[in-house]
Structure formats: C-alpha cells, structure tokens
Write a protein of this length. Structure first.
Length: 395
C-alpha cells in the first residue's frame, strides 16, 4: 500500500507535461546511429543533417576573437543596434528594400525566432497551416506552445507548395489563424516563385490569416533567385538565420523581421525568456556580412554537389526526386525499393554507410516513400555516395 502511494505521488510530481510530449527530431537520432558506426571504425558519409561542413566566415571568427578581450555582457533584448542595422542594410543590398532596423529582432537561430513569432502572433489553440512535407520542429514547437499545426498536402501538381486555393479550402473547412511558408523549403529544397509567394500572401492576408515566411535558406538558391516575403507586405513576419548560408549553425544566431506592431511584444518576450542572445555570436554575425565572397565560394561548392547528385543518382537507381531548386537538400522517392523509409535509411546506413534522413520525419502521411539527402559536404563525398548507393541498390 505505502509503496504504491509513494509511486503515485512520484508520478504526480514527476510526470512530464502533455505539452512536452513532442516527437523527437528524428535526424538527431540518425546522427547518433551514424556516430556509433564511426566509433566502430567505419567511414560514414554524412548526408543526414542540414549542416554546412564549412566554417563560419573568417571575418566572423576574427571579430569574435577580438571581442574576447572585452567583457561578454548582456545586449539589448532585441540585439545589438549595430547588428540590427546591418541586417536591415542586407535587405537593401540583396533585395533593394529599405527596411527600418527597428523592425529587426535578433534571435537564437531561427529556432528562437519561431518561439518568439508563434508566441507574439498566436493565441492558445490557434490553427497554423504548414506545408506537408515540412520541417518537423514547426509542428512540434506549435504543439508545445498550445497551437495546432494544420498540414496542407503539397504535390507535384502545385510544385510542392501551398497554393491560395489549398489555403482557402482548409480555411473554409475550419478557420485558420496562421500560415507558415518556407522557400527554399526543407526537406524538399524546392522554391516558390516570387509570383506564387506574393499571391499566397495576398490570399492569406485578405482572409485575416497571419503569415510567417521562413527564409533560412536564402542565399542558397540555384534554379532562380529567392525573393523575400518582405517585398510583398510589411505585415509578414520574416524569419532568417546565419546558420545555413553563413555556415554558423553552432553559433545559434538568427533574426526576425517584424511588422511594426509586433516589435514591442517580441521585445518583452525576449526580455523575459532570454534577456538577450549570446553577445559573442552577435558580434560574429555582424562581421559575417563582410565574408560574403567566402560564402559564395561555399555556395558554388553546393552547386557542384547538386550537379553530382542530380546527374549521378538516376544511374544509381534513384531517378525520382523533387525539384532541387535551393538549400542543400535532395528529396528522393524510394517507393521502388521500400514503403518504409525509416527501414530503408537504416539499412543504407548499416550496409552502404551513407547516412540520410527518412521522409517520415518530415511527412507523417507520405514520408514513408521518401528520403532526404543533404549535400552540404564535399564533392568527393558526393561522388563516393553515388557510388556506394549504386553498389548497394544494385548488388
């Protein structure tokens, strides 16, 4: 009796909350399995994680090094004014847009930006539309914050993007409060044209649906130039980061470009949730903009990797994949070989020593037919991967 009472009490005190019961981000589990193989002396080609192999720009590292001689202190909640101004200027340089630095909030990567954006834009229970397939933490963060992700299926017919018609159909079924779009998208690497993006934003805003544009892969566009949602409306919340184009994943630094009416609420949230973003990362990020030549060289490397895979994989047996427009992902249809992408990816890792992410991580509906390959590594690794996959699928 007493034992059971103690057990019940412990359960009441220590059981995790229901809101914390989010699925794992599976790619992290694949990384762990690959690391175990490497510990056993195998050479694994890492195509599972969306992480540049290149370091941060030299300019960023030098600025961080110099900053170490001074105290690393709190900054203003919205970020160093000089960094906010530099981010605003970036929109002028790349998109010819005049942006008020007051609209910029510095965040801990795009991940921190999602938390701040969702909290400032949406009430509890808000229904937010996201494309399926899509980046898993969108769903998981929304769920943890008490919102409801609404998956909108995409397909070849709509070039793997949410259309105004699909959005309206979902909204008529049950009202939506938000829409999150990403171009270039993860896991597909597929992009929306400027026309498609501006039309979707117009349709959403006419219905009172708040729009967030995840632009973390901007700068990594190959098929055509990526356009920022900020060009089409001041009322879109834009999220970007130094993680992908600037190769600064572990520095955990990104930003929000906010509608003017949301700036103060995001500032108050940031004051309470984080005080400020790591100051060292902010100093490095500001200097990263001076390293664009270096980063463009890295981008050309991805472009070569993309060529190796799009030309080599069809001959290896993977001849169906989504348009490889941008980012550094190739989303391959493996339904010829398996209807269990988790099993397929596990076997490919164990037998061919190529790590990739199963589509079920990105798409609970059709993801069992797809695997995501990240091509952020070296050209030699990409060629090796094509050979390994060929030999494994054709043994």
């Amino acid at each position: 009796g007493a034992g059971r009472m103690m057990l019940d009490q412990a359960r009441r005190l220590l059981a995790p909350s229901r809101r914390s019961d989010v699925p794992p981000f599976m790619v992290m589990d694949v990384m762990a399995a690959a690391a175990r193989l490497e510990a056993a002396g195998r050479h694994v080609i890492h195509m599972e994680v969306g992480q540049p192999a290149a370091p941060a720009p030299r300019t960023a590292i030098e600025a961080a090094r110099a900053a170490l001689d001074r105290p690393i202190a709190y900054t203003e909640a919205l970020g160093l004014p000089s960094l906010r101004a530099r981010i605003a200027r970036h929109y002028g340089e790349v998109h010819n847009l005049a942006i008020d630095p007051e609209r910029v909030a510095v965040t801990t990567g795009s991940s921190g930006a999602f938390v701040l954006a969702f909290l400032s834009l949406f009430e509890l229970g808000a229904r937010v539309a996201i494309a399926n397939p899509g980046y898993p933490p969108y769903r998981h963060i929304l769920t943890a914050l008490g919102c409801e992700p609404v998956l909108i299926p995409t397909s070849d017919a709509t070039r793997w993007a949410i259309t105004g018609a699909a959005l309206i159909a979902a909204h008529r079924e049950k009202p939506l409060q938000g829409l999150l779009v990403a171009s270039p998208a993860n896991p597909t690497g597929t992009m929306m044209s400027g026309d498609a993006l501006s039309q979707l934003i117009a349709v959403a805003q006419a219905e009172g649906i708040r729009v967030i544009s995840d632009e973390i892969y901007h700068g990594l566009d190959y098929a055509f130039p990526a356009e920022t949602a900020a060009a089409f409306s001041e009322n879109v919340t834009v999220i970007n980061s130094f993680s992908k184009y600037f190769c600064m994943t572990g520095w955990r630094i990104g930003w929000l470009l906010l509608p003017p009416s949301l700036v103060r609420s995001v500032e108050r949230l940031q004051q309470n949730l984080a005080i400020s973003v790591p100051a060292l990362s902010q100093v490095a990020a500001q200097a990263a903009f001076d390293g664009r030549d270096e980063m463009d060289a890295v981008k050309h490397g991805y472009e070569e990797n993309r060529r190796i895979l799009t030309q080599g994989l069809p001959g290896a047996g993977l001849d169906k994949f989504l348009p490889v427009d941008g980012a550094f992902y190739l989303y391959a249809d493996i339904s010829r070989y398996s209807d269990d992408s988790f099993d397929f990816a596990s076997r490919m890792l164990q037998e061919a020593h190529v790590a990739a992410t199963p589509g079920v991580d990105f798409d609970p509906v059709d993801g069992r037919h797809f695997v995501r390959f990240s091509y952020a590594g070296s050209a030699a690794e990409m060629r090796d991967a094509v050979t390994r996959i060929h030999d494994w699928l054709n043994r």
